[in-house]
Design a protein around this ligand. Sequence first.
Ligand code: ADP
Ligand code: MG
Length: 286
Amino acid sequence: MASSRLVDVQHLSKSYGDHVALEDVSLHVDEGETLALLGPNGAGKSTTIEILEGYRVRSGGHVRVLGEDPQRAGVAWRAGLGIVLQSSGEASVATVREELRALAALFPDAREVDEVIDAVGLSGHAGRRIASLSGGQQRRVEVAMGIVGRPRLLFLDEPTTGFDAEARRDFWTLIRSLQDEGTTILLTTHYLEEAARLADRIVVVADRRVAAEGTPTSIGGPEARLPIVRWREAGAVREERTHAPGVLVAALIARLGEPEDLEVVRPSLEDVYLDIVRADRAEAAA
Ligand code: ADP
Ligand code: MG
């Protein structure tokens, strides 16, 4: 195993009683990388992340995080992790600054609390009780709590759910600055644009297994990225995927004159992702 492999998961399985949540998941995250773990609700993303954080016990397989088995690792190991869970408990009655100060004191090389508050866009709210903040603001506090210890490895489980468009942009800026500092990140999100912008690599889990893996621009293979030509003909929308959209458009113009509602689009990561998940579902049903 390369020393720069901060997360190494091989053949991970997890059952809750009779229910198999993960069957055979292998993935890795190297130092400095951002990996996005994508998949439909219930695919096992949070289960995977919480096993890596040491919060859940696996049923089988090999797991190493920062070189240790999360089920046995201790306090020093945990100090290297930043954790933002998908759902957190009740909001604290402490203020934003109090809560972050208390947490920062537990880490050997914590960030400056006011800088963190500023980075998550809460500088006007540092003295407010967390419980009195809006849902999106409380989520920002949780992100702040995840990064205040200057973690080497940061886990973010749906960090931006409930964010408005501006808060999401601010969050992307924050993540880029963490990436520039060398932070290694494992992220889940339902926002495909977020994954496309932030991730170096993507792993799609579906039906308890890894359905696809690759970079945001290569995952799904070249066929998944064939341009789509759309036009309207005799009242109906038609579409065709083709290697040569120019040739198709020229042929349409020769045949129809100026075709109505003509457009040529490249599939987005969201289109590709949906193809992967649907193909996987069809395969599982067959
Ligand atoms: P995701 O984060 O991808 O939405 P989860 O990891 O939360 O998926 O859940 C994966 C599967 O495991 C789901 O079918 C879910 O219902 C089940 N599951 C998750 N946590 C528990 C639990 N504590 N007990 C029983 N089943 C669980
Ligand atoms: Mg989840």
